[in-house]
Ligand binder design. Sequence first.
Ligand code: MRU
Length: 343
Amino acid sequence: MSQELRAVDWTGSGLALIDQTLLPHRTETVDIRDVDSLVDAIQRLVVRGAPAIGAAGAYGVAIALIQGEREDWTDLQILQAVARIREARPTAVNLMVCVDRVMTRFAEGLDAVLEEAAAVQREDIEANRAMGVHGADWLIKKAGVDRPLRIITHCNAGALATSGWGTALGVVRELHARGRVEVVYADETRPLLQGSRLTAWELAQEGIPHYVQADGAAAGTILRGEVDAAIVGADRIAANGDTANKVGTVALALACADAGIPFLVAAPTTTVDLATATGDDIHIELRGEDEVLEWGGVRTAPAESRGHNPAFDVTPGRLVTGLVTERGVLEVSAGELPGERLK
Ligand code: MRU
């Protein structure tokens, strides 16, 4: 992905979002100028990934202000619209954190809101760059191999999921720039295929060798010794290190623990939620049944079947080898409260 192409971009009068439901076959942007369209875009995963929806939510406050002015809303109506954006998806804490941050400038008016939203984006890119360096340094030193690495990742934690560069994929890009990537196993990520559609697309753009594999192949690939380390993103990290990420992530963590290889989580400190004590307290989004009962809009399961479609799972903190943030790599050991060390 070229550095200029941004998943979330403020045009001066609205938000330009790359429509991630159309990738990799079509690269189109949607122009968002009202709150209903933004909430819909977040819920349909036109824009997705914790830091990217955080940035979209930050600019969403500006959209609510502009629409409120245009349609003569009361202050209460504007605040209700902002609350709808904040609650568009429940699991990624970045959405709430970024909206709340921008709301601290609400009383100062549109220019201040836009300035704060731009700062959210700028800091996200800076954090991702720093994570890339810290994560790559750590893996080169600690993965215990002297050759280019074989990395596994799940879902998409790349430039598309952030304001730019990526978290987990940012580490992979930094490793690749240093000539230290042999291959990336990108789990396809059922049911919405963020791995095969988005991660593979980003890896292809960067010329990084990769395989797309079914999610069900991941544990076996790790246990057969074909992987040196796993690195994934996060939607919310509880104070005890329990980590919510795309459903299927915990299988990688369990297999890595059994294989004795590192399982790294890369996320900005804004994803750490000290107000959430453990993974049990994280609200896991349950999505519509059709996403798992259908394939390409055609019903695949029997008419009698119900679908169970949690969008995320929680990896216990004890299975996380290290947390890569913009401040460095926090090595996590059982029983520790890594969140406390990030205060
Ligand atoms: O449902 P999604 O596509 O928004 O889920 C995204 C993930 O689970 C990512 O791994 C996470 O948000 C981190 S993105 C840097």
